[in-house]
Design a protein around this ligand. Sequence first.
Ligand SMILES: [Zn+2]
Length: 403
Amino acid sequence: MPRSYPWDGIFHFECRYTVNMSETFYPIHQFPSPDAPPPVKKIKQRYLLHIGLFLVTVVTCVMAGAQWMGRDPNEIDNWGYGVTYATLLLLFLTAHEFGHYIAARIHKVDATLPFYIPMLSTLSMFGTMGAVIRTRSQVSSRKVMFDIGVAGPIAGFIVCMGILIWGMTHLPPIEYLYSIHPYLQGMKVLPPYGLTFGNNALYWLFAKIFVPSGTFLPPMNEMYHYPFLCAGWFGLFVTSLNLLPIGQLDGGHLTFGLFGSRHLTISRLFFFVMIVLGLLGLYDELALDGVINARPLFVGWVGWLFWALMVRFIIKLKHPPVPDMAPLDRRRKIIGWATVAIFLVTFSPLGIFQIPMGFKMPQRNHEKENGAVPVMFHTKTMNTPSHAASGVVSTDCLREPVL
Ligand SMILES: [Zn+2]
């Protein structure tokens, strides 16, 4: 299995409202004059195709859900294990897409229903690459662009918060994890190896607020066996990917709405941030693999390099102008800044990464000199059964030595 899974993030491109994708789409930068009539050709909804794709995506998400529960997804008998995960993930995705769709309809922008994109769990651990909405009519103003752009992430974010709060207030006892990994029983410290989800501010905060004291909160390398935590975290991750303030991503529409032509500076800045985080992630990969004898820093994710290339060459950094460039009203500006806050609290700089089995941190020179005991790094919550029994629940032990 590869170390990182950059293709598992879901970007969706339905927000390229002004891109020329068919003969009746408006090309970028070639808008008709503001008083030209809108195109009359209406989008025909292909209901059977939408329903068919949705149903196939249900199946692939159920299979992915079974896989997250440590079951073989190719055995139909195991599919029951994946139903909760699939329901939650599709609930999130549907909320996000219909947020865009309903906003488009309100503004009389002609849009298709979402096309769900199924993906076999062997190719994408999450069972889907998201969904796509296509639009045909022109978006006339910054205001409309902004509304359609932020409606999706806000709707998805609200659903995600519900999923996470439910998940954290209804955590099963640690025996649930033992039923998936029997070898963990009796271990004083849970091993920090394997696939690990990077924390984000909201997940961290919710864990502090909603996990009842004395309850075992699984660490970030085990929490994906818990369907509510897995779907909730992934929903936040997808929300932050889409809210990257770049080009015609949802976040690009947001900054274009808030800052107009100055959005390009922010776009370039974030492209640069992604490159830096990606290189830091690459450094960690080499350190974790033992290619270089260094301590991983755990601040970046190599997958950001992939996404940086995606946004640079496919999505592009610049947002096309619209005929009506009038600035947003006060109410929209407040919603805009709230959406910026959503981006910041859902962003996981560490992405999804893998810590090789048996990895040990290289010793620092002074540790060798002092004869200090080598410490093993871990990058996740370290709640041991004894911690759980004593009610210690922590989620912020990045770089905490395990001893
Ligand atoms: Zn979106």
